[in-house]
Write a protein that binds this ligand. Sequence first.
Ligand SMILES: [Zn+2]
Ligand SMILES: [Zn+2]
Length: 572
Amino acid sequence: MLPVGDINVIVVTDVHSWVSGHSPIHEPSLDADYGSVLSFYEHVRDSIGGDGNLFFVMNGDFMDGTGLTTNPPDFLLPILEHMPWSAVNIGNHELYANSTVQSIRKPGGFSDWWGGRYLTSNVVLASSDDPIGSRYTVMHGGDGQTKVLTFGFLYDMADAVATVTVQRVEDAVKSKWFRSALKEEYDAILVLAHMDHQDPLVQVILKAIRSAIGHTVPVQFITGHTHIRAYDNATDACSTSFEAGRYLDTVGFVSMSGKNSSCKFKHAFIDGNVEALRSAANVDKLDTDNGQALTDLIKETQGRLGLLDIVGCSPQTFSYVYDLNATDSFWRLYLDEIVPNSTIFSLGNATHKKILFQDTGAFRYDLFNGTVTMNDVDILSPFDDTFYQLSSGIPGHVIQSAYERISEEMKFMMNVEQPIPSAAMSPPRRPAANDTYDLYAGKFGIENVVKILSDELGFDVRPMELGNDLSTNSLIIDYMKENWACPSLVDDNHDTPKPSIPHHMPHVDVSGVAKIISNGLSTPVWIGLGVLYFAVVAGFLLFRSRKRVGRERFASENSQAELEPVSDAVFA
Ligand SMILES: [Zn+2]
Ligand SMILES: [Zn+2]
């Protein structure tokens, strides 16, 4: 049973356009889509009843992740607008492209759709200092009495597009609007905070609230951005912080007591799995009419975009985080095989040796054994960077020196240990010192590469873009079409590509049974899972610096180590 309380909140965060869920072939345990989540919400709403208090929130980062992310996000937004969210927060991924900001901001756009419930407490337009959405809202419960003051904060993001200013959270909580908001009438406070569940800024916000209104009003933080499941009940005596995974692997549920009762918080992590959601909602069949209609819309949109078209058949699963020596490392495949055999390396003088630099934040998910669709390529490589030619005839020793400097700077930016280099070079071997090379680079971080290379060469390098047709994904797709043709489906069964159970599953196995653990449901097994989970998280945190970095493309989101805790374990 869901741990229902006075005030209840269903949470999705960091879905990054995975609204269709995960591939039913590759990850059948994560088969829920936004239609399933909408159905779940409707069932829970019905069971809590019209006079109960249920809210539904989205905590930011709807962009970047699958083929449904386009610039501007014209295909994704109509899908998101079917979700009956009570409040929506902005994520950093909504602030990397002007076209996205424009889609949100324009009259009748995404922000307007939510009628004052799109919250951007510390994100404002650079031109006017007006918030893109609203600074805060007061949500009203179904009981006609309960009111929840709700904010939407973003961490101190440093690299948003120039048309937007992300005000420092430390400054925002000193603003007049923030003090006025706290003078509203309410029973509890919900802080949507697009930041890690233990980000020091959580305490900054909490302290500002406490110094204004004292310690008795319950404060629930809905956190995110680091893509883990996490819960922290040590923020203070009457508040907790709750983070609900990523890529629709988790639907979160939190409940809290109202103002005049003792501070009680409960929570549950529900797998992004149809059976888990059905069981949590305690119904015989999950799909509602609205949920089914949304599933149909998502599939129809994917079809229109050609995302379900088959590109080829992968002979094995490749991981985007394995080191370059591993046979199942996608980076090894990319640097050793895909790039050297690509159109880029056949450009210009065929006799010249070529080298390509690319940032290793480019790939974000594993590529699974068997059928590969266009969407699988987009999931693997959501940024699809174009390429630049930097210069011709560069000595190998200059390239090596520049590469080492770029790697060092990237390492600093990524601020996380990982088994792949912080910058990638193709071919992935030290260039011969006295040979000369034509040098290319991916678009992301090109300014820095140009600066360092110019410095090494002693003259200004002028990069030349190779055109939109030549991009990371076009290289990958060309390679697959050339080398990974699917055996004919009309052939006999021997060669028919079989949907395979991936041997590298970044997510937890779900045995088909809804697994919800919440306060009060502990058994020795759950405790064991909880301890295991805590040990994994604690072990990881030991080696990971918690310093936040600006560009999430490099940030801790990328770390495979953080994926492991995505299980049903909870420490309540
Ligand atoms: Zn995210
Ligand atoms: Zn984020």
